[in-house]
Design a protein around this ligand. Structure first.
Ligand SMILES: NC(=O)c1ccc[n+]([C@@H]2O[C@H](COP(=O)([O-])OP(=O)(O)OC[C@H]3O[C@@H](n4cnc5c(N)ncnc54)[C@H](O)[C@@H]3O)[C@@H](O)[C@H]2O)c1
Length: 104
């Protein structure tokens, strides 16, 4: 799953078809061990998205150039073995190729 922060927020309001009015992101199911790429994952929205995906039990790779994001947002997740941080610019093809490798 390749996900930007905004897609993640949109998914949180995804309409549910099993009687609940709206489906929370916590109800989403992906194959066990799925690896998500969160671009901008050191930012405000992105770091919360990383944390939410990890809390669902999936793996997260964060790509961020720390231009406006915070190292602290990365540091708080680094102890989680399912979290990986790649410092890089999404405008750089090589960085993107590395970041996308193995992503579901
Ligand atoms: N309420 C709060 O406490 C709070 C805190 C922070 C931000 N905000 C607001 O929330 C809004 C949304 O914040 P956001 O998360 O969208 O912004 P953000 O700047 O926090 O996140 C964007 C992320 O993308 C990264 N990035 C930018 N260009 C990149 C590139 N070329 N390659 C790789 N990474 C790149 C940045 O380093 C950053 O980590 C903003 O308007 C902000 O003002 C609120």
């Amino acid at each position: 799953m390749i996900s930007t922060a905004n897609v993640g927020i949109a998914v949180a309001f995804w309409k549910c078809n099993n009687n609940c009015k709206y489906m929370a992101y916590k109800h989403l199911k992906f194959p066990q061990g799925s690896l998500f790429l969160v671009t901008g994952g050191a930012g405000f929205i992105g770091s919360n998205l990383c944390e939410a995906i990890l809390n669902l039990g999936y793996k997260v790779r964060c790509l961020d150039d720390l231009s406006t994001g915070k190292q602290a947002n990365v540091d708080m997740l680094l102890s989680n073995p399912d979290y990986e941080f790649i410092y890089g610019d999404i405008k750089n093809l090589d960085s993107c190729m590395v970041a996308c490798k193995g992503v579901d």
